[in-house]
Design a protein around this ligand. Structure first.
Ligand code: AMP
Ligand code: MG
Length: 400
């Protein structure tokens, strides 16, 4: 059996980033992965400007303590005249500071009368001036290739006057569900059938990590049907996820179908629970990952094993999200010979919070999925007691 960390590392090596990139405008960048380093070409701010509504002065002119005549008014977006000695300039937040002035007095610390301004508080030299380049200087890298772009990055790109950047093409993923017992929601169900949960679940998980769900197919438990579906998906996608039919049962036909397509296939028994059978194959250089059929197992394996591979293929630099360490609350000690990924809910408290265990941890118990905020990893062959600190995989990070 393969240890979990080893399985995760081997899956990460299954493929590199998609080569194709495209140039997109700012409003289309949210959630996309930057494919080029972005270097500032402007100092930001581009010129000294005021952080307050008020008056610009030379600090030395305040020594006399007399009201200063107002030389000019400068609104944001206007170019000021140089500051005259012994004068003040009325200005506003974002207004450029007249050459020669060095200090801003906020209007709350002044009285204005007869075209003069009187200062009513102690003033620090240089106060309330936003200096040119204090945010960014030309030549500095502002966003690195491999970054998932959000509102903050987009604001920063815009501040440099950049309207378009290169991002990786969205990763196309195909999903294949298998099983004669499955029927699509919305259709009548025969006595011996169950509804297909994995198809919509995996499509949703994939979209959540920013992939494009190119195609979702279902195959009956027949080698030919499975093979044809895999072929269709492989034609259209960068990565194929199959789910179910990958154990050693008679009707587990994913492995023979992949072999018929010429794949060399590694079937791993990963020492994790849920989710022991996981397979990796390459067909024409494209990876196919086969997940266990139980929706709870598929969910866990997708989260902790498959999502890092997806992030790598998307071109991201951060492929393994952070894992935190938190106290587990469990009514009874737990021990297993496999690393157990249990569904937990994080509750925030004084000491960073603790994890509450879902009472029914069976891999068939789907009601644990909408309840949990993450998965706690309990080490193999160790007894975990109430209050022990365990690794926590937060879904907000691991499914993003
Ligand atoms: P398998 O690996 O195909 O033997 O599937 C393991 C278990 O998961 C069986 O109980 C299947 O009925 C169930 N299962 C497989 N695929 C799905 C699916 N798409 N939706 C819901 N249950 C499934
Ligand atoms: Mg099956």
């Amino acid at each position: 059996m393969l240890e979990f960390d080893q399985a995760q590392a081997q899956l990460l090596d299954a493929a590199g980033p998609v080569a194709a990139t495209e140039s997109l405008s700012l409003r289309l960048l949210a959630g996309r992965v930057l494919a080029e380093d972005i270097v500032a070409t402007l100092d930001l701010p581009p010129a000294d400007n005021s952080a307050m509504d008020g008056y610009a002065v030379r600090h030395a002119d305040l020594a006399a303590g007399t009201p200063l005549p107002i030389q000019q008014r400068v609104y944001a977006g206007e170019a000021p005249q140089p500051a005259l000695p012994g004068h003040a300039t009325r200005l506003f937040t974002g207004s450029l500071i007249p050459p020669g002035a060095d200090t801003i007095i906020m209007q709350e610390d002044t009285r204005e009368a007869d075209g003069h301004v009187e200062v009513t508080a102690a003033i620090r030299p240089g106060q309330h001036v936003r200096k040119r380049g204090e945010d960014t200087t030309a030549g500095k890298q502002i966003v690195a290739a491999g970054t998932v772009l959000g509102a903050g990055h987009i604001a920063l790109l815009a501040s440099q006057g950049i309207a378009q950047v290169r991002v990786f093409r969205r990763l196309r993923v195909g999903v294949l569900t298998t099983g004669d017992e499955l029927v699509n929601p919305g259709l009548p169900r025969a006595e011996a059938q169950i509804y297909n949960s994995n198809a919509p679940m995996l499509a949703t998980l994939l979209e959540g990590v920013g992939a494009e769900v190119a195609h979702v197919l279902h195959a009956r438990d027949e080698e030919a049907d499975t093979r044809e579906a895999l072929q269709t998906l492989l034609r259209e996608c960068d990565l194929v996820l199959s789910v179910g039919g990958v154990s050693v049962g008679e009707r587990d036909l994913v492995k023979p179908a992949l072999e018929a397509l010429g794949a060399t296939l590694a079937l791993w028994k990963v020492r994790m629970k849920p989710g022991k059978p996981v397979a990796l194959a390459h067909v024409d250089g494209k990876p196919v990952v086969s997940l266990p059929g139980n929706p709870v197992s598929a969910f866990a394996v997708f989260t902790v094993l498959v999502s890092p591979l997806i992030r790598r293929m998307q071109g991201r630099t951060e492929v393994r999200p952070p894992v935190s360490r938190l106290k587990l609350r469990t009514p009874a000690p737990r021990r297993d010979d496999r690393a157990e990924f249990v569904r937990v809910q994080r509750h925030d408290g004084e000491a960073g919070g603790e994890l509450q265990l879902y009472p029914h941890q069976g891999s068939g118990v789907m009601s644990s999925l909408p309840w949990c905020t993450g998965l706690a990893r309990l080490p193999a062959d160790e007894t975990v007691n109430d209050g022990d600190v365990v690794r926590y995989y937060d879904l907000r990070h691991w499914l993003a």
